[in-house]
Design a protein around this ligand. Structure first.
Ligand SMILES: CC(C)c1ccc(C(=O)O)c(O)c1O
Ligand code: FE2
Length: 310
C-alpha cells in the first residue's frame, strides 16, 4: 500500500483538556450551541453538532490543552495504509483499547504522535451514530470544521502531513500559516498549521450554515460577557465569514460561514497570499492579543509510544 491509499472521510473529533469540564460543558452547550452530556465515567464530557457519537471530548486537567485529533478514515483499507506506512517509517502506533474505543464509539482506532508537533493523531474507520439527529438550538452548526495548531517546525509539519499522511495544501499566507485538507475531503482545510515558538493549539472551528448565525453570535457573546477576539470578518483564503471568541479556559473558538470546496480531481493549485492583515481579514480587522494564546499540546505517555505490531 502507498501513501495515496491513506484517504480520509473527515476531521472526526477533537479531544481537549479543560480545567473545569462542567463549566466548559455548559459553555459549549448554552453559548456555542452543541449538545453536551457526561460520559459513563463521570469525568469525560461529550459534545456533538452532528449525527455521530461526538465531535468534541472534554477531559479534566490542570491546564487547558489539545489532547488529540481524531481522523475518520474512508475505509479499513485506508486505516491499514496508515498502519503500514507508519511502520515503514519507524513511527510508533498503538491501538486504542477496546474499552476506550467503546467509550468513544469508534471502531478500529490507532494513535500516533505526530513527530513535528508532538500532537496525538487518532485514525479510525467508523464512529457510532448518535441515537437521534442533532437538534441545533440558537445556532445552525453544520459540523466541526477544522483545527489549527502552531508548530516550531512548520515546514516539517507541512511535509509530514502532505508526504506521509496524504493531506493536500490549499493555501499559504506568507511563511506563517498553511491550510490543508484531509484528502479527498473537499473542505478547503480541516487542518491549519501556523509558525510558532512551540507546538500549541491555535483554535477549533465550527462551521455554521447561516450568515445570521454569525450576526447573532456577535450579539450573544457580548450579552454573555464572552471575549470576542477577532471578527466578524472575511478570510480571503477559504472565502469564509468568521467570528472568534474565547471559551472559559481562554481557548480560541471560531464560527465560520461558507468555505471553498475542492474537487478530488484537477483541483486548483495552492495559492500564496502575502503576509499582510488583509490576507487574514479582507475587511481589515486585526485579532486581539488574546487570540490563539491558550492550549498546550499534550503528549501521549511515554509508555504508549512503543512500536506496536497491532
Ligand atoms: C486567522 C487564522 C489563522 C485563519 C485564517 C484563514 C482561515 C480561512 O481561510 O478559513 C481560517 O479559518 C483561519 O482560522
Ligand atoms: Fe480557522
Amino acid at each position: 500500500m502507498a501513501v495515496d491509499d491513506i484517504r480520509y472521510r473527515r476531521l472526526g473529533y477533537v479531544a481537549l483538556t479543560v480545567t473545569d469540564p462542567a463549566r466548559s460543558m455548559a459553555f459549549y452547550r448554552d453559548v456555542v450551541g452543541v449538545e453536551a452530556w457526561q460520559g459513563a465515567d463521570g469525568e469525560t464530557a461529550f459534545l456533538r453538532c452532528s449525527d455521530r457519537h461526538h465531535d468534541l471530548v472534554l477531559s479534566k486537567g490542570r491546564d487547558p490543552a489539545l489532547k488529540r485529533i481524531g481522523w475518520e478514515m474512508e475505509s479499513a483499507r485506508a486505516l491499514n495504509a496508515v498502519r503500514e506506512h507508519m511502520t515503514s517509517l519507524g513511527i510508533s502506533w498503538h491501538p486504542v483499547s477496546d474499552a476506550e474505543a467503546e467509550m468513544l464509539g469508534v471502531s478500529e482506532a490507532i494513535r500516533i504522535t505526530e513527530p513535528t508537533t508532538g500532537a496525538t493523531f487518532e485514525f479510525y474507520t467508523q464512529m457510532d451514530k448518535a441515537p437521534a439527529p442533532f437538534q441545533p438550538t440558537h445556532t445552525q452548526i453544520a459540523r466541526l470544521g477544522h483545527i489549527v495548531l502552531s508548530s516550531p517546525a512548520k515546514t516539517e509539519t507541512e511535509q509530514f502531513l502532505t508526504d506521509q499522511l496524504n493531506f493536500r495544501i490549499s493555501d499559504h499566507i506568507g511563511p506563517v500559516v498553511t491550510f490543508m485538507r484531509c484528502f479527498p475531503n473537499p473542505l478547503h482545510h480541516s487542518f491549519g498549521v501556523g509558525h510558532g515558538d512551540a507546538a500549541q493549539l491555535g483554535h477549533i472551528n465550527f462551521m455554521v450554515t447561516d450568515i445570521d448565525d454569525i450576526g447573532r453570535a456577535n450579539v450573544r457573546m457580548k450579552r454573555e460577557g464572552v471575549q470576542i477576539v477577532y471578527g466578524p470578518g472575511r478570510h480571503p483564503t477559504s472565502n469564509s465569514i468568521f467570528f472568534y471568541f474565547l471559551d472559559p479556559d481562554g481557548i480560541t473558538v471560531e464560527y465560520s460561514f461558507g468555505m471553498e470546496e475542492f474537487p478530488e480531481f484537477d483541483p486548483r493549485a495552492p495559492r500564496q497570499f502575502p503576509l499582510v492583515p488583509e490576507s487574514f481579514d479582507s475587511w481589515g480587522g486585526v485579532p486581539e492579543t488574546t487570540f490563539s494564546k491558550v492550549g498546550s499540546v499534550e503528549r501521549l505517555e511515554p509508555a504508549r509510544s512503543k512500536l506496536s505490531s497491532g
